[in-house]
Design a protein around this ligand. Structure first.
Ligand code: NAD
Length: 499
């Protein structure tokens, strides 16, 4: 770890970095068969980072064939659990050994602060691989309580070839949330990183191979969603898709499965999470700090972002004043500067989308309390001021749609029932929080909020041991915890007759 590096030192390292830019199939780097590439531009200054292979359906065919061959060979799928464990533990160790490089790649590619890549993304990704490695030989199968004349074995088998399609906001971590349980349970994987952020996935595949993962067990096909992503979704020889991304694309994957081979589909999709602050909240300063970080961390590009602040009428002004003081400390800066707490938006398209939502919010009668503009224009990069709207109607577009940027919509309410009604009033159900000193209100809200995650008097508590995922149109699956292993395995019932 080199947390103490200066901006200049990081810039020097960035200048000396070599990017893996080809697809990784069957244990080696290969160009896309068409020879096509796409440009990765730096979110920080708009300059070209590198050209990356643009995989299409033919490349996906090759990657799936390599994955199938590896799976059928048993080189990984039938390796004794302890053998898989040893290799995955080495994989996690090597990720830590290359932590600076992975953090730098992540920051250059998607614009998040280097301090976050170093402190959050890379350690959490390595810990995920380690945690599932350690779990491999601790999960038992079952014998069913049948009658005496038979034995019913209930075993879990790997599904086979898993396609993992991931977004750009936590490219390395989302990949590892999929890879950890999918590989631990013996599957082969074809990973498709988002076109906005392919660089860490490609380096990761190389590190996994160095750790001893057999050829073909992990393949990476960089490319666009409409081509490489759709080809995976429609592929007749992919057994399961594990997807993290937008609700709209999640629905496409359900369609792809229906139009092809009924592959298993698990979806981790978008959110519009309510952060509810009751008048009897207690520690207003802590709640305001968490509310600010809950929306501005990672430039607001977080599926669980607390993008709707529901604050009880009597304390609204005081709460927004406190929130403003915290927000003043979270301003956009050069992602490679270790002092930066908020980086660049991933690309120009996303920046324009977020700025468009700010305009919509204004037009719909919202009042801008903080921010509202593009920042650091002279850098050539894509930055947006942390933005807080007041007086937002619960039905306004900025209160209903996922913006995926640093924009907070403040909505006022009176009483818990109204808070819950507004809190549940979107198509999403990923995360939620309530701040109150009243235990009855807290527990009533925890039961009534239709969300996969509820935080009481906190925000963003998380741990690999606890399932993560949403309900409603936030998705159908769960990442993390032992439960995540369920979606990469099929139950088999084997009957033995006793005569
Ligand atoms: P996205 O849905 O546009 O893309 C996600 C992935 O799907 C990318 O790899 C992309 O190339 C691919 N894709 C896009 N169009 C496709 C198509 N037509 N067919 C097949 N594949 C296609 O999402 P994004 O913009 O990369 O990421 C932001 C979204 O991810 C947000 O909605 C966010 O909430 C969500 N997200 C959810 C979680 C969670 O755990 N619930 C975590 C992180 C991000």
């Amino acid at each position: 770890m080199a947390a103490a590096l200066t901006l200049e030192q990081w810039e020097a390292r960035a200048g000396a970095l070599s990017f893996r830019h080809l697809a990784f199939v069957g244990g080696r780097f290969v160009p896309a068969l068409s020879g096509k590439t796409f440009s990765r531009l730096s979110p920080a200054d708009g300059r070209l980072l590198t050209q990356v292979s643009a995989c299409e359906a033919e490349d996906v065919d090759h990657a799936v064939a390599a994955a199938r061959k590896a799976f059928d060979s048993g080189s990984w799928s039938r390796m004794a659990p302890r053998g898989r464990k040893k290799i995955l533990l080495r994989f996690a160790d090597l990720m830590r050994k290359h932590a600076d490089e992975l953090a730098l790649l992540e920051t250059l590619d998607m614009g998040k602060p280097i301090s976050d890549s170093l402190a959050v993304d890379v350690p959490a990704a390595a810990n995920t691989i380690q945690w599932y490695a350690e779990a491999i030989d601790k999960v038992y199968d079952e014998i069913a309580p049948t009658a005496h004349n038979a034995l019913g074995l209930v075993t879990r088998e790997p599904v086979g070839v898993v396609a993992a399609v991931v977004p750009w906001n936590f490219p390395l971590l989302m990949a590892c949330w999929k890879l950890g349980p999918a590989l631990a349970t013996g599957n082969s994987v074809v990973l498709k990183p988002a076109e906005q952020s392919p660089l860490t996935a490609l380096r990761l595949a190389e590190i996994a191979a160095e750790a001893g993962l057999p050829d073909g067990v992990l393949n990476v096909v960089p490319g666009f969603g409409e081509t490489a992503g759709a080809a995976l979704g429609l592929h007749m020889d992919v057994d399961a898709v594990t997807f993290t991304g937008s609700t709209q694309v999640g629905k496409y994957f359900l369609e792809y499965a229906g139009r092809s081979n009924m592959k298993l589909v698990s979806l981790e999709c978008g959110g519009k999470s309510p952060h509810i602050v009751m008048a009897d909240c207690g520690d207003l300063e802590l709640a305001a700090t968490k509310a600010a970080w809950g929306i501005f961390f990672n430039q607001g590009e977080v599926c669980t972002a607390g993008s709707r602040l529901l604050v009880e009428e009597p304390i609204k002004e005081e709460f927004l004043d406190r929130l403003a003081r915290v927000t003043a400390t979270i301003q956009p800066g050069n992602p490679l500067d270790p002092a930066t707490k908020m980086g660049a938006i991933v690309d120009e398209k996303q920046m324009k989308r977020v700025l468009g939502y700010i305009e919509t919010g204004r037009a719909d009668g919202g009042e801008i309390r903080l921010g509202g503009k593009r920042a650091r224009i002279e850098s050539g990069g894509y930055y947006i001021e942390p933005t807080v709207f007041d007086k937002v109607s619960p039905t306004a577009r900025i209160a209903q749609e996922e913006i995926f940027g640093p924009v907070l919509s403040t909505i006022t309410f009176n009483g818990l029932d109204e808070a819950i009604r507004i809190g549940n009033g979107t198509i999403y159900g990923l995360a939620s929080a309530i701040w109150t000193k009243d235990i009855d209100k807290a527990l009533k809200a925890a039961r009534a909020l239709r969300a996969g995650l509820v935080w009481i008097n906190g925000w963003d508590e998380d741990d690999i041991t606890v399932p993560f995922g949403g309900v409603k149109q936030s998705g159908t699956g769960r990442d993390r915890s032992l439960h995540a292993m369920e979606k990469y395995t099929q139950l088999k019932s084997t009957w033995i007759s006793i005569r």
